[in-house]
Design a protein around this ligand. Structure first.
Ligand code: PLP
Length: 363
């Protein structure tokens, strides 16, 4: 007789997009087009020589570095193997039968997938037409049953970003027993990141029900090592999340990479990458808008626009980007900002498909 597992509702996530060959031009998973700085690679190599030892289960050195960067207590930080993993545990941890989670739509598909898998009642709220989360609509849907609100800012898959003042005004209306998870996977790529006063970390002092998740996968170019963290208002929240995680993680290489990524030397390289991505973002947005396409303004390392032919044209040209259908944006395409030559190839293919008679090539 076969062994018997307890029942589980499958989490319907499109993981195929991550298993592509590296020979494809990967503009489908919002990865960094640039490898981590040399100092980070060296830290990973050095830690390989200690790989026979378990990692520090508290991840104290990395927590200390994050705490110094953000002027918080290290005990307010929870580390995990990617922010997605932490988000999953938070959603599961706040589930109670009969209670509701409010999820703006379309947004990062993981939230809905996890909530569905545990039969958490989902209340979906629409976005503003510019692709930002509609906080008024969330406020209108608050009820006695609301246990959790998830806000993705900037929002994936649209790229829209709400300033700190909007989030602050919204949080002041949310009862303290309703948890708010602010997913800021793309925070470091926003223009606001240059101004420390705009950092949502300031809100942790005001709102004991707020949690902020961030990742080393995007700006820090470490998607493959799996490292993310949650910032909490106090140790009671950190403790509640930590208790739900597997015992020892992240792994030793990830901890070493994260600590090195926050060094001054690495941060100066990341800043250069960031300005290259931001420059390309402006260029891509302009070019697509010139083609008359409906384009969402973006504050991230991706751009989403109305174009239905991506699946027909791009894979044939060895390029992977993300069709909007699986993300609740039928007819749209999400393109991760890659290196300029790759972006140019995509732009040319789009322009050729829209203007078949002409063969305009931009230099
Ligand atoms: C909005 C958002 N949140 C969280 C994640 C998860 O990132 P990771 O698990 O790599 O930290 C992603 C990844 O694409 C994302 O887009």
């Amino acid at each position: 007789m076969a062994i018997k597992w307890s029942p589980i509702t499958e989490v319907p996530l499109d993981r195929g997009s991550l298993s592509l060959s590296n020979k494809m031009i990967r503009l489908n998973a919002n990865e960094s087009p640039y490898p981590p700085p040399e100092i980070v690679l060296q830290a990973i190599s050095a830690s390989m020589h200690e790989i026979h030892r378990y990692p520090d289960p508290s991840g104290q050195e990395l927590k200390n570095r994050l705490a110094k960067k953000y002027h918080v207590d290290p005990a307010q930080i929870v580390l995990g193997s990617g922010s997605g993993d932490l988000i999953e545990h938070i959603i599961r941890g706040l589930f109670h039968p009969g209670r509701e989670v409010i999820i703006p739509h379309p947004s990062f598909p993981l939230y809905q997938a996890i909530a569905q898998s545990i039969s958490f009642t989902i209340v979906k709220t629409p976005l503003h037409s510019n692709g930002t989360v509609n906080l008024n609509s969330i406020a209108d849907n608050l009820s006695e049953q609301t246990a959790l609100i998830i806000i993705c800012n900037p929002n994936n898959p649209t790229g829209g970003y709400l300033p700190l003042s909007d989030i602050d005004a919204f949080l002041s209306k949310v009862p303290e027993d309703v948890a708010v998870l602010l997913d800021e996977a793309y925070w470091e790529l926003t223009d606001a990141y240059d101004d420390p006063d705009q950092d949502s970390i300031h809100l942790l002092k005001k709102y004991p029900n707020l949690m902020i998740s961030r990742t080393f996968s995007k700006f820090y170019a470490l998607a493959g090592i799996r490292l993310g963290y949650v910032l909490t208002p106090d140790t009671s929240v950190s403790h509640a999340i930590s208790q739900r995680l597997s015992r020892v993680m992240p792994n030793r290489l990830a901890l070493a990479a994260g600590a090195a990524a926050l060094s001054e030397e690495a941060e100066s390289v990341y800043k250069i990458y960031r300005s290259m991505i931001q420059r390309e973002r402006t260029r891509i947005l302009t070019r697509l808008t010139q083609q008359g396409l409906d384009v969402f303004p973006s504050q991230t390392n991706f751009v989403t626009f109305q174009w239905e032919d991506s699946e027909k044209i791009l894979p044939l040209n060895n390029i992977a980007i993300r069709p909007g259908l699986g993300m609740g944006l039928a007819g749209y395409t999400r393109m991760t900002i890659g290196q300029p030559d790759d972006n140019e190839r995509v732009l040319n293919l789009i322009e050729e498909s829209l203007n078949p008679a002409s063969t305009i090539k931009h230099s």
